[in-house]
Each structure stands twice: as structure tokens, then as C-alpha cells.
Design a protein around this ligand. Sequence first.
Ligand SMILES: *[C@@H]1O[C@H](CO)[C@@H](O)[C@H](O)[C@H]1NC(C)=O
Ligand SMILES: *[C@@H]1O[C@H](CO)[C@@H](O)[C@H](O)[C@H]1NC(C)=O
Ligand SMILES: *[C@@H]1O[C@H](CO)[C@@H](O)[C@H](O)[C@H]1NC(C)=O
Ligand SMILES: *[C@@H]1O[C@H](CO)[C@@H](O)[C@H](O)[C@H]1NC(C)=O
Ligand SMILES: *[C@@H]1O[C@H](CO)[C@@H](O)[C@H](O)[C@H]1NC(C)=O
Ligand SMILES: *[C@@H]1O[C@H](CO)[C@@H](O)[C@H](O)[C@H]1NC(C)=O
Ligand SMILES: *[C@@H]1O[C@H](CO)[C@@H](O)[C@H](O)[C@H]1NC(C)=O
Length: 818
Amino acid sequence: MRSCKVVVGFFIPCFCIIYLSGAFSPQDNYLINCGSNTDVLVDNRLFLGDSNSIYTSQGKSVVFEENTNPSSNLSFLYSSARVFNDASKYVFNINKIGTHFLRLHFSPFTSHNYDLRKAIFSFSANGVLLFSVNTTITNSVVREFILMVDKFELEINFTPNPYESSFAFVNAIEVFSAPDDFIIGDGAKSVGPKGIREFNQNMTLQTLETVHRINVGGLKLTPFNDTLWRSWITDEDFLILKYAAKIARTSHVPKYQKGGATREIAPDSVYMTAQQMNTDNVTTDFKFNITWNFPVAIKDASHFVRLHFCDIVSLSPGQLYFNVYLNGFTAYKDLDLSSLTFRELATPYYIDFVVYSGSSGVVQVSIDPSNLSSSMRKNAILNGVEIMKMVNFVASRTGSNKRNVWVIVSSVLGSFVLLTVVMILAALLFFVCRKKKLKSKPSESAGWTPLRRYGSSSHGTLSDGTSPGPNGYLGQRIPFAEIQLATNNFDKSLLVGSGGFGMVYKGILGDNRKVAIKRGVPGSRQGLPEFQTEITVLSKIRHHHLVSLVGYCEEQSEMILVYEYMEKGPLKRHLYGPGISPLSWKKRLEICIGAARGLHYLHTGFAQGIIHRDIKSTNILLDENCVAKVADFGLSRTGPCLNETHVSTGVKGSFGYLDPEYFRRQQLTDKSDVYSFGVVLFEVLCARPAIDPLLTREQVNLAEWAMQWQKDGQLDKIVDPHIRGQIKLNCLRKFGETAEKCLADYGIDRPTMGDVLWNLEYAFQLQESGTLGEVPEISNELPVPLPEGLHNEVYNGDGASDISTSKVFSQLMTNEGR
Ligand SMILES: *[C@@H]1O[C@H](CO)[C@@H](O)[C@H](O)[C@H]1NC(C)=O
Ligand SMILES: *[C@@H]1O[C@H](CO)[C@@H](O)[C@H](O)[C@H]1NC(C)=O
Ligand SMILES: *[C@@H]1O[C@H](CO)[C@@H](O)[C@H](O)[C@H]1NC(C)=O
Ligand SMILES: *[C@@H]1O[C@H](CO)[C@@H](O)[C@H](O)[C@H]1NC(C)=O
Ligand SMILES: *[C@@H]1O[C@H](CO)[C@@H](O)[C@H](O)[C@H]1NC(C)=O
Ligand SMILES: *[C@@H]1O[C@H](CO)[C@@H](O)[C@H](O)[C@H]1NC(C)=O
Ligand SMILES: *[C@@H]1O[C@H](CO)[C@@H](O)[C@H](O)[C@H]1NC(C)=O
């Protein structure tokens, strides 16, 4: 008997059961009348006043005084708001982990001290930025999001625009659990030029924002009519050729079936109306489409599209075959609803798709009859459409400028694949190194290709086997919208620099952190490898003397890097150029020591070491305390494998700083950085550019010119006049000697960064130390011959035993202990 029932239940329409089960009642259900001390019943739902609320204690209540006699309960709900002048939040306890609806109601009004139409703000839910505006909200609007809440708390943050010293507001909030399986993890198909594929990210984990919800062929539906208090609108305004379509209607309640739609997926009214082919005025061999264009505000975004079907036009099953297209691409060919609904008519069914809107700014839905239908019964139908923006979904663009969104790697699956790829490649690399070691033949080494986020084309690996985060990078991904807000949409007044990669802006993040935002030329993928290298390098290192990466954004066509803000900018700017106030010699020494320390860490802090490849005075930045930090890792490579001496690579770097040996032999070692650093040392001392084409031929190249003076023992003659009086002679000598060694022709003759650091520390001691005895200071006049005796005094640079170096050693040791 029992099994019988089950079988019967499977085939017989079970709408009766759903009728009995009654309205959906969500496990979590928060309805808030913001900024009010009164509860209000709207569409049979009680919105609680939040004046003494446990959900927020922040912001203040603002009331629309003129609305003394609201025309409806809804307008009463909208006559108060909570206003936030600072970043603020609502926190809701969540009982049921899973998909939730979040609706925020905004209905701006003017009270005596606030004009809500002037509010500029953003908001986020559990850290996911949902909305960022620079424009103001001038009409009543409900923003609806469908999101996975995976912890027992939902925090909604409101952040006013920091530049406009603006404020945020909200009139009402709804948070409620969605029915089980409302969004199915693996149910969506991705549609594009490469055909139809399984969408291979877990759809349940995507944050969706409703853009359109359409009752095709039907009437407008209000929250009062809908099982989940949604609003649906009519489709007429979106139809391209109105006469191509004809409305179909039924008065029979749909027959819901297991495996198909439920009344919560869409209410009866949606399935009881449709548009179908209007064949009234055509012959039987007609060829046309019904097409709807749904505008989507955000170009270049991916959208989740849910199409609702219910065959209310056929007289018997198996007559209706039709095709569905999204943005001109086939989404479903020869769709036969009866085969999906156990040969029942009038049974609701829905299909989920993911489609990329490209630059068209529309999601286009078309239907037309399939070839399989008999010429007498050619028809096609559509009952409902929902289009939702995938809020923080980033489409892949592996390989080229052509956007291959269709190759989308699941963040869950993707990171697993990436991890595997990383592990395999790490093993391979190890093997390759071993092999080379055995052959002991230096040749094209497995250089370091930056790790790509989208698995398939990745040939790279992280040298120390660090595993990537869910995005493939370890850094924090920052939504583009947040970056727009932080930079006041890339306000020109916030520009602090520009370079090969693009523009650099100063910005303030939502948490008030000052950052530097480096934005690649949008749409240009030129700097992509550098971009990815930088993220990969920076996200695995943290050092006081290396600029740290706060996050990055690779969204739409943007490549953006976000760094800690370095108040004083590049070292170069403080050495020469217009309007500088010259740094003292001591400061300069400290800066050199700091930079050397950063570079030393870069070279030695990892199993394989990292070669910077582009050391120059513009890549050494100063923070507000003049602490030097090495920046710009875009050209970095990992060092050679053990027992190999170099990495072969195309010559990259900047003129004037380029290691001649690297240039000649195209072989990269950490000694190439040492060379460039030597140039920086002379630059700091002489306060002139590495290359100055306006000078005489022998002076153009700083490295050559300064080396000549150094070799002649007359370095003091070319010292920056601003500091000439400050330098102790011994210190200058040590400094010059260090720079000279850095600039040795052959890498093998150059010191390591550790040695350089040590020598600079020592020079600093010589400058500071009173115990060395007062060395006569060089006077300000130029040129001043040195006292003869000092010229000939040879300083034993290696035997440092004659002065107290314990401080130097302790400093070095604490650094190397990392
Ligand atoms: C409006 O609110 C009043 C008082 O809360 C309530 O009695 C009434 O039923 C509400 N009307 C609607 C349409 O919800
Ligand atoms: C998607 O994620 C949800 C929530 O983490 C999980 O329950 C579900 O099994 C996942 N589905 C797939 C297909 O991975
Ligand atoms: C929807 O609800 C409104 C009341 O808000 C009612 O007047 C209308 O008839 C309902 N429409 C449908 C299709 O149920
Ligand atoms: C069909 O033809 C009739 C008469 O020619 C015309 O009035 C009507 O508008 C046409 N309908 C469509 C959908 O073109
Ligand atoms: C309908 O539209 C699709 C997509 O735009 C197109 O590929 C197809 O050829 C069209 N069919 C007809 C009959 O025009
Ligand atoms: C459908 O019919 C059209 C025209 O009759 C033809 O060009 C097309 O190849 C057919 N498609 C299929 C899949 O049979
Ligand atoms: C934001 O507002 C400022 C000031 O009104 C304006 O300069 C800027 O261009 C705006 N940005 C956007 C996103 O429209």
C-alpha cells in the first residue's frame, strides 16, 4: 500500500498537498521598521519599530514630519528612517544557515535636518559589498538580494561616502530564510559562444541581486500576491516586436510536481499566464522569434537568469517543442516540457542559466519553435523571467582580450584544482631542479610564471609551495565598487602618480584606511603578467621594509592593486627635483639601510629567494616617518633553483640601473638587484638621476661617472651640496666603498644584500659614533681637497673589530631570524 502511494504521489499532481501545507513561513524572519518606535502591519507582515532595537544601537531616528496622516501602512513604514553619519551596522541572529532574502527599502524624504535624497553611501552584508553609490537615491526603491548566510549572524553594514562627509539611511529591512533548495548549487547552465555548459561554481554560494522579475503575459504582482512577498511586473515594455507575441491564459491552478517548480519558486499567477507565438497573420512556415530585451545597468557583468515555463497552450503532451536563446546564444534547444514533467500539461517548470551581458547592457531572451514541431503546431512559450546580477562573481578572461566567461572555474572546485596544480608543479619544479643539478648544466630555468587564477592555463607555481586562497591569490579581493567609493570614482584630484602600469590614486577604504590604488588601464590586459606577479609576490610576504598589499581587484575589465599608503611617496622625489626640502644625510642613510633590509629579506626570506629586477629610487617609497619600503614587484622573479646560479630571462628593468652583466648575458641573479641598489646609493649621495641626458657625455650615466670619482678617491667632490657639511669622512668612505662594490662588473664580485646591509649599518655607526673621534668635516665650498693623510689611510672594511659593532650585529640578527 505504502509503496503504491509513493508511486502515485510521484505521478499525480500534488498541488493538493501544497494547498494543505499553507503559506511558507521562514525560520528566520526579521522585519524592521527603521528609525521608528511603532510596529506596522504591511501586507499581513509586522515590521517592528527599531527604536529600542537589539539589532542596532547606532544611527538616529529621522521622521518625515509632514506625513502625519499616511495614506497606507506602507507609506507609514516609509515615513521614518534610520540615518547613519558613520559606518554602522545591523546585526541579526541567524537560526538557519542557508540561502536568505535580504530586502532593503529606501524611500528618501526631507525632514527638518536631513534631506535623504542627498545621502551617498554603500552597504554590505557579512562583508560582501552589495551596493555602492555616488548618485543619490531619489525615488522609493527596494533592493533585494539573495545570499548564502553561512554563519549564525548576518551583519549589514552601512558606510557613508567619506569624501562628501555624507550619511547613509534605510527605511525598512527584511531578512528571511529562503525555502530549501531555492537556489540549487549545481542547477545552472552557463550559456555563451562556446555553447551550453554546466555552470561550474556552486550557485548557492553566489550573492544575487534582483534586477528584473517579470510575470510574462500576466499582470503586475505585489508582495501581497506572492508567496515570498516579491514583486513581479509585466513584460510588455521589454518586448521587441509586440505583434510577434500573443498572451496565453488559463484559469486552472497549475499542477505542481516534484522535481519541477513549487509555489515558492513562483506563485500560481506567474504560471497561469504566458506569451506565445502570434501566428494569427502568418502562414505555417513562418520564421520569427519572440524577443525581450531586459536592460541591465552594470555592463560586463554575469547574470543569473531563471526562466519559468508551464505549458498552458498545448492540447495534449508532446506537441510543443521550442528553442530558447539568451543574448543570441542557444540556451535550450528543442525544449519539450512534457518530457520534463512526466507528460503532464500545465505543470510548472523552471530552468536556471548564467549569461554574460557583455557590453550590450541587456540580457536578451528569445524563444522560437523548434524544427521538431509539426508545422501545424509550431509554438513557443515563456511564463516568467527573473534576472539577477551575480554581485561579486568575476568572469574568467584567460588567454586573451576575448572574454571567455564561459570557462568559469568554480571557486570551490577551482581552488582545489589550483592547489593540485600548484602541488604538481611544485613537484615538477623540484624534479627539474634536481635533474639540472645532476646534469649541472645551466640553461633555461623554470622561471616563475605568475600563478593564474583560472586553472587551465596555469604553468606557474609559488616557489615556496604556499597555497593560494579561494581566488588563487593570497591577497584580499576588493570589490570594484568599493574601490570606486574609496577613490571617489577615480577622482583626478586624488591622483598621486602614474607609470607604465597605469594611474595611482590615493584612496580611503571603508574602514578609514589610507591606501594607494594602482589601476591598470581598464580593458588593457597589457600589464596582466606584472599584475599577477605583484599579487602573488606581495601576498606571501610581509616585511617592515616592503610595501604591503592590502588587496586587489580583478573585476570586469579592471586590474587594480591596493597598497598601504606611503605618505611621502618615492625616494627620488626627496632627492632632487623642484621644490624639495633636502633630506639630511642621516635620514638618507637610514633610508638606504631600510631599503637594503627589505631587499635582503626579499633575496633570502624564502626557499628560492625573490629577485626584484627593478630597483630604483622611484620604487623605494617613504612613509610618513620616512621609513623606506621597497615597492613594485611587477617584474620580480624567483631566484634560481639550488645549485644553479642564475635565471635566464628577457632583459627587464630600468635604464641607468641595469646590471651590465645581466644585459650582456641575459642571466638574472640577485646580484643584478645589488648592482641597481649601488646606483641608488650614488643617487642618494649625489642627488642626481641615474641617467641625465642633459649633462655632458661622461656625466650622463651616474654609475659610470660616480665610479670614476670613487676610484679616484674624490667622491666628496660630487656629494649633494645640501649634505656635504653633514657627512663624516669615514662614513662617506665606507658608503662609497659599498656602492663601488655593488657596481662591480661581474656579479660574483658584488657583495650580497646582506653584506651591503651590514656595510651600510657600519657606515651609519661611523657617522654616529663619537668614539671614532671627530673627523674634520668637509666644508661647504666646492671642491675641497681632503687632508692628505686621510686620503691615504686605508680602511680595513672587513675587519670591523676596531669599533663596537654589537649593535650592528644584533640588528642584523633580529632581521635574519625571520
Ligand atoms: C494597517 O495597520 C493597521 C494597524 O496596525 C492594521 O489594523 C491593518 O490591518 C493594516 N493594514 C494592512 C493592509 O495591513
Ligand atoms: C553548494 O554549497 C552548499 C552550501 O555550502 C552545499 O550545501 C552544497 O552541497 C553545495 N553544492 C554543490 C553542488 O557543490
Ligand atoms: C494582488 O494583490 C492586490 C492587492 O494588493 C489585489 O488587488 C490583486 O487582485 C492581486 N492580484 C492577483 C493577480 O492576485
Ligand atoms: C493581423 O491582421 C489584421 C488584419 O490585417 C490586423 O488588424 C492585425 O493588427 C494583425 N495582427 C498582427 C498581430 O499583426
Ligand atoms: C531567433 O533568435 C536566435 C537568437 O537571436 C537566432 O539564432 C535564431 O536564428 C532566430 N530564429 C529566427 C527564426 O529568426
Ligand atoms: C531547422 O530548420 C532550418 C530551416 O528549415 C534549417 O536551416 C536548420 O538546419 C534546421 N535545424 C536543425 C537542427 O535541423
Ligand atoms: C561622484 O561625485 C563627485 C562629486 O559630485 C563627482 O565629481 C564624481 O565624478 C562622481 N562620481 C561618479 C561615480 O559619478
